[in-house]
Design a protein around this ligand. Structure first.
Ligand code: ZN
Ligand code: ZN
Length: 352
């Protein structure tokens, strides 16, 4: 490709998911594209599931990573709002059609032609390559402007996926109202930022976790108001009917009945992670108190910008373990066991 950029990344070559260095060519730059140097990239569970081909969607070699923060090094002639040297972020969405109903309503995340920022064919037949790489090219519409007063880039990278994934449903299901009581199921990468956003919205927050050891940190560090151990029947039943809405971040199959029981009449349960198995009994749990269950997937570009601006204003950052790219395979192994506090972020600029 004549004017394409050479890049260096780390890729998985097969379903073993082992990452190793790879040389790449980025797609050719269009007038409305931005090229940026990647500084930091968060590690999301979706990266792990994709490189292991758990959903049957893998297109090897895969350079994962979709919580990307960098600095602009080149702009196309039609780019309007970014200049060289600006801080920039890219999340899960690298492109969408911009003409369908969802795109027109700023829900690019539900566009049938969404192109993720990794593991997908892009323009010119070149695979999109994610954030485990030194360079990224993105159409301006899908780039997020990082406010100037944001702290160190490494602690905001996870907001690009984890942050918007919780912020968007909180906004659209009315679970961001001051004084309301929010439940957060699972205190991991998503859950811990959900607590931070909810506290910034002025809400009362209850964390529900299977690991009782997270109680102290949930309350003392993250500011949750209460903490329930999910398999402690006594604690769970005492909280029945007390919560307005719940964000469930657990990415594995789990029993939703005790969670639905926590909701007040007309309460809402929003599921973000993995497969749940609704059944007739679940339907009854919903029917008897006018409750609602809904799903949500990341968020649109406009909301991602709004989320990052809100985070900057309220000093919301992620709790991260910063690692070098050489630690990526070990990080994936630890992530598969949920052994991370609470998000790995790869220091790309200093290690790749
Ligand atoms: Zn993600
Ligand atoms: Zn669309």
């Amino acid at each position: 490709m004549e004017n394409s950029q050479r890049a260096l990344g780390w890729a998985a070559k097969d379903a073993d998911g082992v990452l190793s260095p790879i040389k790449l060519s980025l797609r050719a730059k269009n007038d409305d594209d931005i090229i940026f140097k990647i500084l930091y990239c968060g590690v999301c569970h979706t990266d792990l599931s994709t490189i292991k081909n758990e959903w049957g969607t893998a297109r090897y070699p895969i350079v994962p990573g979709h919580e990307i923060i960098g600095v602009v090094i080149e702009v196309g002639t039609a780019v309007q709002n970014f200049k060289i040297g600006d801080s920039i972020g890219v999340g899960y969405i690298a492109n969408s059609c911009l003409t369908c109903d969802q795109c027109k309503q700023n829900f690019e995340n539900y566009c049938p032609n969404l192109i993720p920022s990794f593991n997908s064919p892009f323009h010119n037949g070149i695979e999109s390559t994610g954030g485990f790489c030194n360079l990224f090219i993105v159409k301006e519409h899908f780039a997020i402007k990082i406010p100037e007063n944001m702290p160190l880039e490494k602690i905001i990278a996870p907001l690009m996926c984890a942050g918007i994934t919780v912020y968007s449903p909180m906004k659209y299901f009315g679970l961001n109202e001051k004084g309301k009581h929010l439940g957060v199921i699972g205190l991991g990468g998503l859950g811990h930022v959900a607590v931070k956003f909810a506290k910034a919205f002025g809400m009362r927050v209850t964390v529900v976790e299977s690991n009782p050891e997270k109680r102290k940190e949930a309350m003392d560090v993250l500011g949750a108001d209460s903490f329930l151990v999910s398999n402690c029947l006594e604690e769970m039943e005492a909280a029945d009917g007390t919560i307005d809405g719940i964000i469930d971040t657990v990415p594995t199959v789990h029993d939703l009945h005790p969670i639905i029981s926590l909701l007040k009449v007309h309460g809402k349960l929003i599921v973000l992670g993995g497969p749940s198995k609704p059944d007739e009994l679940l339907t009854l749990s919903l029917i008897k108190a006018g409750k609602m269950i809904a799903g949500s997937c990341i968020g649109g570009i406009k909301d991602t910008q709004e989320m990052i601006n809100f985070a900057a204003k309220h000093n919301i950052t992620a709790e991260v373990e910063v690692i070098g790219i050489d630690y990526a395979n070990k990080a994936m192994e630890r992530l598969s066991k949920g052994d991370v506090r609470y998000r790995f972020v790869i220091d790309i600029v200093n290690s790749l």
